[in-house]
Design a protein around this ligand. Structure first.
Ligand code: EPU
Length: 428
């Protein structure tokens, strides 16, 4: 596993470019399988989750051509199976999008199911509810989810919980179903809209993505397309929080400021001055941050994927803050690492009460998942002295060149790679 070493308390300045959104890209790659011809994806983030997804697709006959660092061509014409082996089970949660893609393409699918994960139980009952409603039978056997149908028929599906994954998976599976599918209580995240836009550019007929009712009129064929992945709102938010934690002023480019409204509002409450441009944000955080209360919510609420990062900031903000994690059961595991740096945080179930301290102190700490790792980077950047973050491979799953990007902003941060085999089982 890799390590990141940070010498903290350096002010940052300058400009950082945000990469394409991980959680959009991991859905767009399986969605590209529905076309009868190749698609070209631009602004694809260069992160290990994408490398893994590409390997997985190549193992089932899809040709993935790397045109350049951020541009891929996906040719699904060689796809020869609707079945994935068990070896993929714990590697990547987003492989569940292959259930929807295989079902749409072959009327059957066999995909290993990831179990629980680092921040709690992650059921897929709402995905299954959607597939069944479209006419499929679903059976979990020996760790494999087996789904089949004679044909898929449009239907009305009400999601009992707002789920990004279920919304996207049902859209993917319903796009060629006969008739009309309506998803009610759909997730509204920017990456849900991105997948709908991508499918529409392939010839699909999807309306309402970004609202809580999505209407899909089945079409017979989808063709390849050229499409650019939206910018990663969570990566952008992470750099914004890092600027606040180090009382720095930086500019964040290649973003959609609208997607960052909940994060921007909270950081303004914490004391930052934020100026929005068309595709950039300037964040000026010259004063000591003030504590605030936050509840994570589905979009357009404050994203759960920014919860660990903001807790690192609140740990050094004036006063007491309360953070309520309303999406995942167990997403405060990283807090034990912040304790060792001097943070004063008490956790009760899904609620963290944070009493700000003057400064954190550098220490040797361990990343336990992607966003937890990002939170520890922020803690290290703000802390006095040296911080060593072990198992930083988790961070590379979703952040392109995080050390290089922070270095270019003036931070003292270095990635130390290990030659050992990577064997990451954290799931995002
Ligand atoms: N849920 C169910 N049943 C389901 C699906 C979800 O009860 O069938 C519950 C979950 O247990 C959770 C809530 O609904 O309490 C939301 O889960 P959702 O399905 O929205 O999560 P996901 O699609 O599995 C994606 C992101 C996560 C992000 C969540 C929430 C991807 C690959 N992952 O997961 O991202 O936390 O949405 O926004 O898109 C990350 O990037 O670090 C990450 C974990």
């Amino acid at each position: 596993m890799n390590n990141i070493i940070i010498s903290g308390s350096k002010k940052m300045h300058g400009t950082v470019n945000i990469s394409g959104a991980k959680n959009a890209a991991v859905a767009l790659l399986p969605a590209a399988l529905l076309a009868d011809s190749p698609s070209r994806l631009e602004n694809v983030p260069d992160i290990s989750d994408i490398t893994y997804m590409c390997k997985l697709l190549e193992s089932i006959g899809v040709r993935v051509k790397i045109i350049s660092k951020h541009v891929l061509e996906i040719d699904p014409r060689g796809l020869f199976t609707a079945s994935l082996g068990l070896e993929f089970a714990r590697q990547m949660r987003a492989s569940y999008y292959l259930l929807g893609a295989f079902l749409s393409k072959f009327n059957n699918a066999e995909v290993p199911m990831p179990g629980g994960c680092n921040f709690g139980v992650r059921p897929i009952d709402q995905h299954i509810k959607g597939f069944k409603s479209l006419g499929a039978t679903c059976l979990l056997e020996d760790g494999l989810m087996k789904i089949s149908c004679i044909k898929l028929t449009g239907s009305n599906i009400y999601l009992d919980v707002i789920s990004v994954g279920a919304t996207i998976n049902i859209m993917i599976s319903a796009v060629k179903a006969e008739g009309i599918t309506v998803i009610e209580n759909a997730a509204k995240e920017p990456h849900v809209v991105d997948v709908a836009n991508f499918l529409n550019s392939m010839g699909a007929d999807i309306m309402g993505a970004g609202t809580d009712i999505i209407k899909i009129k089945g079409v017979k064929y989808l063709h390849g397309t050229t499409y650019s992945v939206i910018p990663d709102q969570i990566e952008a938010g992470t750099y914004m929080v890092a600027a606040c934690a180090t009382q720095s002023s930086i500019t964040i480019k290649n973003i959609i400021p609208k997607h960052l409204e909940a994060i921007t509002a909270k950081l303004e409450e914490i004391g930052a001055h934020i100026i929005c441009y068309d595709d950039a944000i300037k964040i000026e955080a010259n004063n000591k941050p003030k504590g605030c209360n936050i509840k994570t919510m589905p979009y357009p609420g404050f994203p759960t994927d920014m919860q660990p990062q903001i807790v690192s900031l609140l740990a050094i903000s004036d006063g007491t803050s309360i953070v309520n994690e309303s999406v995942w059961d167990n997403r405060f595991r990283y807090v034990s690492e912040l304790y060792t740096m001097g943070a004063n945080i008490s956790i009760n179930d899904r609620v963290a009460v944070i009493t700000g301290v003057k400064k954190l102190k550098g220490n040797k700490i361990k990343a336990c998942d992607l966003r937890a790792g990002a939170a520890l980077v922020i803690a290290g950047l703000s802390a006095e002295g040296i911080t060593i973050i072990e198992d930083s491979d988790y961070i590379e799953r979703g952040y392109e060149n995080i050390s290089t990007k922070f270095s270019s902003l003036g931070a003292d941060i270095q990635l130390i790679t290990s030659s050992e085999d990577k064997n990451i089982s954290c799931i995002s």
